[in-house]
Design a protein around this ligand. Structure first.
Ligand code: ATP
Length: 217
């Protein structure tokens, strides 16, 4: 098993999918839910599964929740339980709490009480919309509401030019972190790096600057 320890509280579709993927990647995940049948089903996919009410501070303490590297609260519809659980985790000193928000107001509260907030449906819809309008975006990681890392096809007009000639940083205001070329990857390319047709750029920058880069031919 890999050394990072994860716990997922709330085994709906999101929580279950998250656990399946982490387990597939070789991580040890503790699955928590207050519904007995749900917990029994989770034993199939998680290293450990515990039935408990996550709003019970003593119960969370007794399983040593503080020692987990990341705890994900994926209770969506029961907003009060989601907020209470997040608050308790924060007070117990959990290093990193990620919480799933149902709507903006819920998200704002979770953020105030120390969670990194995700909106899976909204985020997925935004990603899908962006990839639908542009064939060039391959993937995107949002670092903050304003900044992202985007993997995109290099615009055709870049072919045969170096990053400095293109002015990726000076004119376009983004940083190219890596260039993928077939099966190879050029990490931290220098300004003199030439771009070929078919290259994939991994670029970091403000969303509006990245958007402008994507729209180039
Ligand atoms: P998804 O969209 O991911 O399917 P959801 O957003 O609809 O899920 P909910 O149905 O609110 O999420 O809850 C997900 C899980 O959280 C359920 O399995 C539920 O039993 C569990 N849950 C709700 N409240 C608590 C609680 N206080 N303690 C532990 N688990 C809880």
């Amino acid at each position: 098993m890999k050394d990072k320890q994860f716990a997922v509280i709330g085994l709906g579709r999101f929580g279950t999918s998250l656990i399946s993927e982490l387990s597939r990647m070789g991580y040890d995940v503790l699955a928590i839910d207050n519904d007995e049948n749900t917990v029994n089903a989770a034993i199939e996919i998680a290293a450990h599964a515990v039935q408990m009410d996550a709003t019970d501070e003593q119960a969370l303490k007794s399983i040593g929740i503080r020692n987990f590297d990341v705890v994900v609260v994926s209770i969506g519809e029961h907003i009060q339980a989601s907020i209470m659980t997040t608050l308790i985790l924060n007070e117990l000193g959990v290093k990193k709490v990620v919480a799933k928000a149902q709507n903006t107001m819920h998200g704002k509260v979770l953020e105030r009480i120390g969670a990194r907030v995700i909106y899976p449906e909204r985020d997925m819809a935004v990603k899908l919309a962006r990839s639908m309008v542009s064939n060039n975006i391959l993937d995107q990681i949002e670092l903050s509401p304003d900044y992202s890392i985007m993997e995109m096809m290099a615009p055709n007009s870049f072919a045969g030019k170096s990053l400095v000639d293109i002015g990726v940083r000076n004119k376009l205001g983004v940083t190219v972190l890596a260039v993928r070329r077939g099966g190879d990857i050029i990490v931290a390319p220098t300004a003199a790096q030439l771009i070929n047709e078919g290259d994939v750029l991994v670029a970091l920058g403000k969303n509006e600057k990245l958007q402008r880069l994507i729209e180039l031919e």
